[in-house]
Each structure stands twice: as C-alpha cells, then as structure tokens.
Design a protein around this ligand. Structure first.
Ligand code: SF4
Length: 204
C-alpha cells in the first residue's frame, strides 16, 4: 500500500470526492469497467494518462460509446469535444493534486474544465503518483508550468515558449494551453466525481 496515495485519498474524501487507490493501471481499468453501468455514452478529455492506459479501447471493447477528440482532425475536434461534454460519463486526468486533496487543472480550450464542473453527471479523474505535489496551490501551479506544460506542448507540437526553453513566458505565448485554471477545492455539487489514484507514473 502506498501510504502517500492513501493520505491523498483520505483528503479527497474529506472534500466530497469519491476516491480509490490502485497499484497498477490494469487494476484501475478493471475497477472502472466493473463500476460503469452498461452501454454508457462516454466523453474523454485530452490526456496522456488516458492514452497510456488505452482506456478508450477498453471502454469501446466493453460496449460503451466513446467521444474522444485525441487524434481527430482539426475539423472534427470541436464536434467531438461538444459530444463529450454532453455524455453521461466523463474521464480526464489532473495536472496536479496536493497532498491535502486540492486538484488543479489547466485548459487552453475550456472543454475539459467545463465538463469537469458542469458536464456529465459522473466524472472520473485518473491521477498517477507523479502528479502529487507537496504544498498548496502555488506549488501545484509551479508543477504545471515547469513540468506539465513543457512536456504536453512538445507532445502536441505546440509552439510555446515552454516547449522550446522549458520555462513559461506567458506574454510571448500565442498558443497557451494554460490560460484557464481550475482549482477544485471540493467535489462539484449534484454529481459524482470519482478520483482514481494509481501508484505509477502516468502522463505529465
Ligand atoms: S503560458 Fe504558454 S509558455 Fe507559459 S506554461 Fe502555459 S503554455 Fe507554456
């Protein structure tokens, strides 16, 4: 048992989230497949974590319909993002979570943070151990600017200062992926937000 992940899970529960800890991505996927009702309409936010889990394929194989813009053309993307926001269930990762359960998300388009707040009635947030930070909001944002953004910008071939230098220069950034910040102090009302912590490094 990873005591640090268990501590984060306890903090998340105090904030109104459902939270569960798994040793591996395979165990997490098995939990998700067993947890979902049959034949759900599912949306997914852009995420290296979800891609590394091959979660879209596992969900489709289990009979669910999946709306995921990752890998879609620029023309197809907006309609897929909108369908994902209107689905029954939504999957995303997080950009950082503090040891006391504050989840911090960034977004460039806004589809993901919108869906997390007031989209599908059931949301799963899947977080690898590498996303946990000591400290509070400031430390979470530092991780996002110094680790998540440069790696994600390179993954997405975005021409941002952090992609080329490793450092943020927001005033010179014309393709920002972090002009929207969402700090989830607690679970949104009126819906279930299930956080899944995995004792593996996943995503950025
Ligand atoms: S504002 Fe631009 S340069 Fe700064 S971290 Fe975000 S994407 Fe990178």
């Amino acid at each position: 048992m990873n005591e640090r992940l268990e501590k984060v899970a306890s903090a998340l529960r105090r904030r109104g989230f459902d939270a569960a800890v798994f040793d591996t991505r395979e165990q997490a996927t098995a939990f998700i497949l067993g947890d979902l009702p049959e034949k759900q309409e599912i949306g997914m936010g852009g995420s290296a974590t979800l891609a590394q889990m091959n979660l879209d394929a596992a969900l489709r194989d289990a009979g669910h319909t999946v709306h995921w813009h990752q890998g879609a053309s620029r023309e197809e993307g907006p309609a897929i993002r909108r369908a994902a926001m209107c689905a029954q269930v939504y999957f995303a990762s997080a950009n950082a979570v503090t040891e006391d359960g504050l989840i911090v998300q960034i977004d460039g388009t806004g589809n993901r943070v919108a869906a997390l707040c007031y989209g599908p009635e059931t949301v799963y947030i899947i977080i690898g151990r590498n996303k946990i930070v000591e400290g509070g909001y400031t430390q979470a944002v530092r991780r996002i600017k110094q680790v998540a953004c440069p790696l994600n910008a390179r993954r997405l071939h975005l021409d941002t200062p952090c992609a080329s230098t490793g450092s943020c220069n927001a005033s010179a950034c014309t393709h920002s992926m972090c002009h929207l910040f969402l700090a989830m102090e607690g679970a949104p009302g009126g819906k279930r937000t299930q956080v899944i912590l995995i004792d593996e490094d996943l995503g950025f």
